[in-house]
Every structure is written in structure tokens, then in C-alpha cells.
Design a protein around this ligand. Structure first.
Ligand SMILES: Nc1nc2c(c(=O)[nH]1)N=C([C@H](O)[C@@H](O)CO)CN2
Length: 117
């Protein structure tokens, strides 16, 4: 299956279980990989038949910045659900990185893959 991807999509979010994390936003980075058949987009050269990574990126940022959450697992599931539902994608992998979470590590995060039944 063909894929459309977005790497290193940055948002600033109220995210975390600790008190200080509720008081200031911190960066979350998303790597998103969507299954998408490119045939119609390539044949027509028309964005209407493509998975619009610009619109998708904006929708993800809007969702993530809309409200505070405790766990990055929750964010990952909500982002996957948005992409599957609003962008008619059949399968998506969402990787969420939280670079400020563990000072001794470059970054930490979770990765999930979800599909429509
Ligand atoms: N699996 C997870 N572990 C932890 C999370 C999380 O969202 N998922 N969050 C925290 C804290 O908020 C941490 O990021 C602050 O440094 C701890 N573990």
C-alpha cells in the first residue's frame, strides 16, 4: 500500500501528570504515516484525490492544542481516531514524542497503529 507521511509535526500542548506540566505548554512532536492509494491523485494531478497532508497537519495541531491531557497515550489515540474518521484513511501509525519529559533522554514517546474494521 502507498503511504503519505508527516514527520516532526510540532505542537505546544498542556500534557502530563505532574503539576508543573499543567501550568505551561511543552512541545510534542508527531510522526504520522497514513496508508493511501496514490493512483487517482497521480493520474489526475488533482489535490482532491490526494490525502492533503497540509489540512491533516493543521487538524492534528488544532486537536492537540484544544485541551489539556495527562498521557501521551490519550493524545495518540485521539489523533489516530481523527485521521481515520475525518480523512477517510484506512490505516494510520501515530508516533508521539515528548522531548522535554526525561532530561536524561533525547526524547520519549509512544507509537500506535490503528485501522478501520
Ligand atoms: N507511558 C507514559 N509514561 C509517562 C507519561 C505518559 O504520558 N505516558 N507521562 C509522564 C509525565 O507526564 C512525564 O512526561 C513528566 O516528565 C511520566 N510517564
Amino acid at each position: 500500500m502507498d503511504k503519505v507521511f508527516v514527520k516532526g509535526l510540532r505542537t505546544d500542548a498542556y500534557i502530563g501528570v505532574y503539576e508543573w506540566e499543567h501550568e505551561q505548554p511543552q512541545p510534542l512532536l508527531f510522526d504520522l504515516t497514513m496508508a493511501w492509494d496514490q493512483t487517482a491523485a497521480a493520474a489526475s494531478d488533482d489535490l482532491q484525490h490526494a490525502l492533503d497532508y497540509d489540512a491533516l497537519s493543521k487538524a492534528v495541531i488544532k486537536l492537540v492544542e484544544a485541551r489539556p491531557r495527562q498521557l501521551i497515550e490519550t493524545v495518540a489515540e485521539e489523533v489516530a481516531e481523527l485521521i481515520l474518521t475525518d480523512f477517510k484513511v484506512s490505516r494510520v501509525t501515530v508516533c508521539v514524542s515528548k522531548p522535554k519529559a526525561v532530561p536524561a533522554a533525547d526524547t520519549v514517546g509512544v507509537e500506535i497503529t490503528r485501522g478501520k474494521n
